[in-house]
Every structure is written in C-alpha cells, then in structure tokens.
Design a protein around this ligand. Structure first.
Ligand code: NZQ
Ligand code: ZN
Length: 385
C-alpha cells in the first residue's frame, strides 16, 4: 500500500426528517445565511419549505438559478451578493452543481488577488472561504462530503475543477426521501457517476491494499444490485438510502487512500460536456469502456479481479476481459443510458476538437501510469464512435 494522509471533517446527518431535526441546530452560530439552489426543483418537492422553516429565526438571502454544470458568470453574481451583504454562511440545497457552485462562491468571496477564475484556470490555492453546509437532493458526485468542485464557463466552453482543503462542507444533510422527486434519468446518472468514481480509484494496478479493494468492490456490488431495483420501485426508502450512501462513500476520499488513481475517464468526459453539453455521467458511460479496452494490458490484473469479485466472471484470458468490459457497458445501458458517441451525434471531427482541448490544457499524460497521451485519447474515443 502507498503512503497517504486522510482528513475528512464533514459532519453527516443521514436519514428521514433530518432537515427538520438537524438543520436549525447546525446553523445556530451564523446570522446572515445565503440560501443557494438550482432551477427550482426544491420549490416543487417541498424541500424549500422544510429548509425555510428550519431557518425561520435567521436573516436569509436567497440565490436561486444555479444551473446544471454551474456557470462562472452566474456564480459571480452570488459572489457579489455575498460580499455586499456580509453573508456569514452559505447553505447549498441541491445536487452536485449547486454544491460545487457554492464551493466556488465560498472561495471567490474572499479571493482578492485577481480574477477568481484563476482558482480554476491557474489552480491558485486559497486559504480562506466562507463556511457552508449542504442539503443534498441528488446522490451522484460525492460533493457533499469532499472538497472538489467542477465549474463551467459557458462563454468559452470550458469546464475545470479545483480541490482545496478549505472547501469541505461543515455539515451535509442526506435525506433519502429527497430522491423521490428525481427524474429517472438523474437516478441513472447518479448511479453511473458513483460507479465510475469507484472504478477510477480501483481499476489501476495492484498495490496490495485489500481494505480499499474490498471497500470499492462492496460499493460497486451495491450499485449493481440496488440501481436497477430503484428504477423499478422509485419510492422504496431502503433502496434510495443504500444508493445515497453508496454514492457519498464513492467519492469522500476514503477509497483513494494508499492506491493509484486513474481519472482519465473524468478528464475526457469534462471536455465532452464543455463542448457538447452532454450530462456528466453520460460522458463517463461513453468513455469508460474505451479506456478499459485500450488500456486493458496495463490494467489486466485489476480488470480480472474486478470481473471475479464484482461480476463473478472467472477467467484470465482476452475473452474474459472482453466479457468484463461488455457486462460493464451493458449495465450502463440497462440503466437506460446510451453509451456510444454516435448516440449523441458526435463524430470523428468532434474527436479532433476534444483531443485538441486536452492537448491545449497540457493534459498529455493521463492515467495511473501517466501514459495516456493525446494519441491514446484519440484511440479511446475512436473506439466509442
Ligand atoms: O436545478 P434543480 O432545479 O435543482 O434541478 C436539478 C438539475 O436539473 C435536478 N434535481 C436535483 N435534485 C432534484 C432534482 N430534480 C428533482 N428532484 C430532486 N430532488 O437534477 C438536475 C441535475 O442536477 P445536478 O446538480 O447538475 O446533477 P449532479 O448532482 O449530477 O451534478 C453534476 C455536476 O457535478 C460535477 C459534474 O461535473 C457536474 O458539473 N461533479 C462534481 C464532483 C465533485 N464535486 O466531486 C465530481 C463529479 O465527478 C462531477 O464532475
Ligand atoms: Zn463524476
């Protein structure tokens, strides 16, 4: 196992009625709270009313309209509001986009050394943020329990990420009942995003880390069992709860301890979303089978372990590897997600644009061995046409 440091300070309140029971206590110390949310789903499903009720003794300022793949220009309006109104706490109510947006707002409010976009474009480190908490309404990204954020700039078709030890939420409330109003497509997106977060911290090469491997395998198996079950019976509380927790555990920093990581599927996927507007998880479902096919030699040992432990596929030759990759892609399709570039009208010319973007950004050596060059990215994408 490799050396590692692990620190995760996020307090989690998980379960039914947690918004009503825990939120007011968690924000006791703050007086001026900026409530941030997305396009309005929380007003249709009752979550907004519960939150407002819990905050009734506080001075609240609202900032709605944070879009999916949160946009820098929108977020800068919230930054201006937070600065002008001396906000002392932000509450994010929503999915990964709202939570990531709030991480950026919290950092940018105190960023006085230049354009806050530099936090993303130049990965400038910052030391001060506004404290914030979250009420999660869509399990997918793990943002509720990690310190990462992904922000888009639609005017330039960019989508960049940052990570900072000051960007953990103070607390997150995870009530599985908030999932009842999600459209099926967001449930599928959330399952696939979580699945691939685990894969990218697991499917590399062995370093004799059985604890992390078994954590990863248990989350993958849970997603495989519970995902299709949830799509058949959307209001089953336990299935919602299992998926919500699996998704948080998939990207809260625990799985990556002491093991190599390969985030190439995400890096390629972010460029596809930035250029063509395809949902984050759908880009991953397209790219991952290509990464596994093209990199199967270097990933062979872990691919076979994954096949055996997660899919009960017993074998150690090329045919077994093909079967393992096929069954993975088939699982995404069973969740109702299309997995080929042509399904989204992306052609060979578009692949040039994606590769050029990655090259311009200097992402020339992706993967656990830093050997996924632009040429290999092209090969991966061409295998997905
Ligand atoms: O805008 P609202 O009205 O809230 O509607 C949202 C949005 O349209 C809707 N929704 C959320 N909760 C709902 C609901 N609709 C009905 N009932 C509910 N309970 O779902 C739509 C999608 O929401 P969004 O937040 O965009 O989805 P997701 O959670 O998948 O987040 C995606 C973003 O997170 C980034 C992605 O790149 C993307 O920008 N990621 C963040 C990561 C992180 N911070 O660690 C890691 C991930 O890999 C990912 O890159
Ligand atoms: Zn993701």
């Amino acid at each position: 196992m490799n050396n590692f440091s692990f620190h995760n300070p996020v307090k989690i309140h998980f379960g039914k009625s947690q918004i009503t029971e825990k939120l007011s206590h968690e924000v006791e110390a703050y007086s001026k709270i900026m409530l941030c949310y997305g396009g309005g789903s929380i007003k249709n499903n009752g979550i907004y009313n519960k939150v407002i009720d819990a905050l009734k003794t506080k001075d609240i300022l609202e900032f709605g309209g944070i879009e999916a793949n949160p946009d820098y220009e929108t977020l800068m309006k919230a930054v201006e509001l937070a600065r002008n109104e001396s906000v002392d706490f932000i509450l994010a109510v929503g999915g990964g986009s709202v939570i990531d947006g709030v991480k950026f707002i919290a950092a940018a409010t105190y960023y006085n050394d230049g354009d806050p976009w530099e936090i993303l474009s130049k990965r400038v480190k910052f030391t001060k943020t506004l404290p914030f908490g979250t009420v999660l309404t869509l399990p997918a990204t793990g943002s509720e329990m990690n310190s990462n954020a992904v922000i888009s700039r639609k005017s330039t078709n960019e989508k960049l990420d940052f990570s900072n030890p000051n960007s953990f939420p103070v607390f997150s409330i995870l009530d599985p009942e908030t999932m009842y109003s999600l459209p099926d497509t967001q449930i599928s997106n959330g399952i696939i995003d979580s699945f691939i977060h685990v894969i990218e911290q697991y499917l590399t090469y062995p370093v004799n880390a059985p604890i992390q491997d078994r954590f990863a395998e248990s989350i993958l198996r849970t997603l495989i069992e519970e995902g299709p079950k949830l799509l058949k019976n959307r209001n089953d509380y336990d299935t919602n709860a299992n998926l919500m927790w699996a998704s948080t555990m998939a990207l809260n920093g625990l799985l990556r301890c002491g093991v190599p990581e390969d985030w190439s599927t995400h890096m390629i996927g972010h460029e596809i979303t930035a250029l063509f507007g395809i949902d984050h998880a759908k880009t991953l479902a397209i790219v991952l089978p290509g990464v596994l096919t093209v990199l199967q030699d270097v990933k062979k040992q872990k691919l076979l372990q994954y096949g055996l432990k997660v899919w009960n596929i017993n074998g150690n030759d090329e045919n077994s590897i093909e079967e393992i990759i096929d069954v993975t892609e088939g699982y995404f399709q069973r969740l109702g997600v299309r997995t080929r570039l042509k399904d989204y009208k992306i052609n060979v010319h578009d692949i040039n644009k994606i590769c050029k973007r990655l090259e311009d950004r200097g992402y020339v050596e992706l993967g656990e061995n830093k050997n996924i060059s632009p040429d290999l990215v092209r090969k991966i994408l061409e295998s997905r046409l």
